[in-house]
Write a protein that binds this ligand. Structure first.
Ligand code: ADP
Ligand code: ASP
Ligand code: MG
Length: 407
């Protein structure tokens, strides 16, 4: 008997015909005793359309109501999928996140799964159902509906797989695995057969949108093997797991990632005294604005003040502006500069530690292409450069060619 969680993304469930095709595929591969949980996203571009609809009403962020709105997309998908299975003669039942026992923190739009009580899922499986769960959503301790951040259905799927001790969590999507770079940007990117949680987490955090970072983190924490594969072909995809074969370990670089959801903020002339930087970042954290790269520089001509530059997700910019406007009422700041046309390009690979040539190679490629680097940051397994958004695809292509094209 196999216990499997299968997650289908928006493009995979975009139409009733596509839903029917999924039903056929699942039933074809299912042994009578297999237990299957299916997690689905909203159909096609529904979530984007709902976001656009809210923008027609307001430019402000009403967190609770936004989550109430966005979760309707997944609810449409689960009901239709359950009907499609029943039409094919298979018992099936749909559950919202709350019904599936998913409890989250009360950060609207960015809920974190705090607990998952799979009792109802297990009972429905034991009764012979295929269980269909709405991705991307949960409920707070106060009974409010939350979402898990864009791409959050991946996290729902891996969390359920962890909670029910599934053999594998299969992520079905519109590409046939994780590639060395986004195949839409780099057409000759190569499919990766196996990748470790650590490298995949880094790729995902740095913008490889094929998996939500929290899903990879959760997979690592609960030891859930994740198989990223295509909805539209039977080919094997990419296994994300703890360890890889010797052959795979030889790689210095596993991939090139990019992220356009970046804004740069510079706070000019804040007092160069203990506690001031803390206040800026504590207030941002309080409002759930994640800060990424940070550079602080002291002015040679005036050591009394300092300039702090940092990056955040562009989608958090309105929130960050409000925080900074409030702070300016209470602390002396010369100016705040905002550039929302930035992007990050990164190379990722556990093998790069101790190979200084990787950084030099990356900076050299950017220099040769006339691309200015604004900020550099590194981790043990990645190097990231902040550059202008209008040259990001050019940068990704050139860096990928440098590290992956055979001469
Ligand atoms: P889904 O709706 O199935 O969740 P997503 O759009 O969230 O699908 O993720 C799949 C997309 O991720 C692909 O279409 C591809 O453009 C993008 N992507 C970005 N980086 C990578 C990568 N390194 N490998 C594969 N796909 C990537
Ligand atoms: N529908 C949500 C989104 O578009 C969640 C997901 O697809 O994973 O972000
Ligand atoms: Mg996705």
């Amino acid at each position: 008997m196999a216990l499997i969680v299968k997650k289908f993304g928006g493009s995979s469930v975009a139409t009733p015909d596509k839903m029917r095709a999924i039903v056929q595929r699942v039933l074809k591969g299912k042994q009578p005793e297999d237990k299957i949980v299916i997690v689905v996203s909203a159909m096609g571009d529904t979530t984007d359309e709902l976001v656009a609809l809210a923008k027609q009403i307001t430019s402000k962020t009403y967190g609770r109501e936004m989550d109430m709105l966005l979760t309707t997309g997944e609810q449409v998908s689960i009901a239709l999928m359950a009907m499609a299975f029943q039409e094919a003669g298979q018992k099936a039942i749909s559950f919202t996140g709350a019904q599936a026992g998913i409890k989250t923190s009360d950060a609207f739009n960015k809920g974190r799964i705090l607990a998952l009580k799979p009792g109802r899922i297990m009972k429905a499986l034991d009764q012979g159902n295929i269980v269909i769960v709405a991705g991307f959503q949960g409920i707070t301790g106060h009974g409010d509906i939350t979402t898990l951040g864009r791409g959050g259905s991946d996290t729902t799927a891996v969390a359920i797989a962890g909670a029910i001790h599934a053999d594998v969590c299969e992520i079905y999507t519109d590409v046939d695995g994780v590639y060395t770079s986004d195949p839409r940007v780099v057409p000759n990117a190569k499919k990766i057969d196996q990748i470790t949680y650590g490298e995949m987490l880094e790729m995902a955090k740095l913008g490889a949108g094929v998996m939500q970072p929290r899903a990879v983190e959760m997979g690592s924490r609960f030891g859930v093997p994740i198989h990223v594969r295509s909805t539209f072909s039977e080919d094997e995809g990419t296994m994300i797991q703890e360890d890889c074969s010797m052959e795979v370990k030889q790689y210095l670089i596993r991939g090139v990632a990019s992220d356009k959801n970046v804004a740069k903020i510079t706070v000019l002339g804040i007092p160069n005294k203990p506690g001031f930087a803390y206040r800026v970042f504590a207030e941002l954290a309080e409002k759930h604005v994640d800060v990424d790269m940070i550079v602080q520089s002291v002015r040679i001509a005036n050591e009394g003040v300092t300039d702090i530059t940092f990056t955040i997700a562009r989608t958090d910019l309105e929130q960050a502006k409000a925080v900074l406007a409030n702070l300016r009422k209470e602390m002396p700041v010369e100016d705040v500069l905002i550039d929302d046309k930035m992007a990050k390009v990164s190379v990722v690979g556990a093998g790069m530690a101790g190979h200084p040539g990787i950084a030099a190679g990356m900076f050299g490629v950017l220099g040769d292409n006339g691309i200015n680097i604004e900020i550099i940051s590194t981790s043990e397994i990645s190097i990231t450069c902040l550059i202008s958004e209008d040259v990001i695809d050019k940068a990704v292509k050139a860096i990928h060619a440098h590290f992956f094209d055979e001469d």
